[in-house]
Design a protein around this ligand. Sequence first.
Ligand code: MG
Ligand code: MG
Length: 630
Amino acid sequence: MAEPKRLPTSIATVCLSGPLPDKLEAAAAAGFDGVEIFENDLLTYDGTPAEVRSICEGLGISVTLFQPFRDFEAMPEPQRARNLDRAERKFDTMQALGAGLVLVCSNVQPAALDDPARAAADLHEMAERAARRGLRVCYEALAWGRHVNRWRQAWDIVRQADHPALGLCLDSFHTLALGDDLSALAGTVPAEKVFFLQLADAPRLSMDVLSWSRHHRLFPGQGELPVADFLRDLFAAGWRGTLSLEVFNDEFRAAPSRRIARDGLRSLLWLQEQVGEAPLPALPELSGIEFVEFAVDGAAREELGRLLGGLGFRRAGIHRSKDVELWRSGGANLVLNAEPDSAAAERFEQIGPSVCAMAFRVDDPARVVARAEALRYPVWRERIGAGERRIPAVRAPDGTLVYLVEDPARGARPIWEDDFRLLGGEAAGGGLLGIDHAAQAVAPGMIDSFVLFYRSLFGLSPDAPWELPDPYGLVRSRAFVSPDGSVRLPLNVSESTRTVTGRFVSALAGAGVHHVAFAAEDVAAVADGAAAAGAPLLDIPANYYADLGARFGLDDEALMALSRRHLLYDRDASGGEFRHAYTHAFRERFFLEVVERRGGYGGFGAANAGVRIAAQRRAARTAGPLSEGV
Ligand code: MG
Ligand code: MG
């Protein structure tokens, strides 16, 4: 598919990590057309503004804005005269930089006068001086401005100042954070007076707006603010121009600049689709997880096979040309990949046995690939043997491959039939229903990349975050669930490397699947099968069951039925029930879960996570090596 028609893009250097030249290179490499030069990035750079200009020229990017110019308007003398001198000096810098536009944000000084007419006169004077040099000025209402914090106030001042070199800067964060919007813009502000647009999203937090803005801004689509509505209102007013990102985020500034810059560009492609400007290939319809693939070697495969056998899986197929096995129980498929010189082998060498791929069932894999390419997510095509099917895949932010397969339930030919020699027989009792969820452990700096990946490529938005207590720190969890519940992807984030999640993150070298849960018709039968196979599930303390009885009013018989099978239990407000059990951790890399949902229960048993974590810690202490360094 051809590159969608889109508006020019820009990113503020403050969004990215590293010294200024690295930021510029990352922005250019991601495909931005321009950059806002944040003054502090220039102050800490040991080259001249002219050198910055020539770096930008060499990279083929423009300087869209120089910012910020603070605390300018409506100051008493002698500060007023000093501010005009300061402006002249910054104009010198701008000319050397090749920046034609400067951002003046509303004054926050206690000494600033509450006098819109004075503010207008001062901005008129500044615009007049700028115009003499062929420069322009835009004025932005900071959400915490002393006297001006709304775009209407900023517009009143710009209108009164009435200078062709003075216009507005609109910033989605400053407007939306105050619960304001741009619905009144059309008919109020002529589109050509909006000189600049800055876009940022954010999570909804209850904190002072300045700290919220300085530390928690996100790219559009990563947070919870109605940024698409904001842009729609601006377009409705007839505005078209450069879409520029201005995000202050501590994690972004600590992360590799190229990943963050790529995410930024993707967020603008996604946002333009949201407002109907530059459509992307349509979102897929998801209908389940067809398989999860583990990277193993011969020894890990044997050991994992024993763990899986306890849950009722059996070896169901052998790949025709590769050292790959299909393990299956009912509708749950697992691929154990020991093929040298493959994506799986690469993963195995880096981090040992781990989940290296998942496959989503989608309505049209080719369209998802086209969408991924349009959003610039890397697409992977595995080397195949003669007569084998090529299954396209995209890479998630942690490098996990997400294969895209047509749903056999919609009449597509199952992928297994071409590539595998299927072994006969079926597990007793019909086996598991399928893969209920695949949970990922994610380092704090990676979560926003995942949010954008699942939202922009697959249309999944995360549930409200919840927090899990771990004896050694907090784990934050967010789940992506497809509309019909067929794909469930919880993400667990830990800042502490001492939490179980944190240790999975470090074992997985950044991020990866830390547990896979299978759906069962009858989890008690699976647990009994595991006990019979000599593969006991994770032991749960008696105190847990005593509390369950107290919380849910379960009788002794029901509690006994749960406790002797090591089953955990949860019930939601509408009476939906959840029974589930865990295996021990497999070589500290991941663990497995079996779940039974009844009555429309949609959660993950979050209330039980603390008990699971403590049980895994105890199990690890008795097993030995897991406890080291903790
Ligand atoms: Mg701004
Ligand atoms: Mg789970």
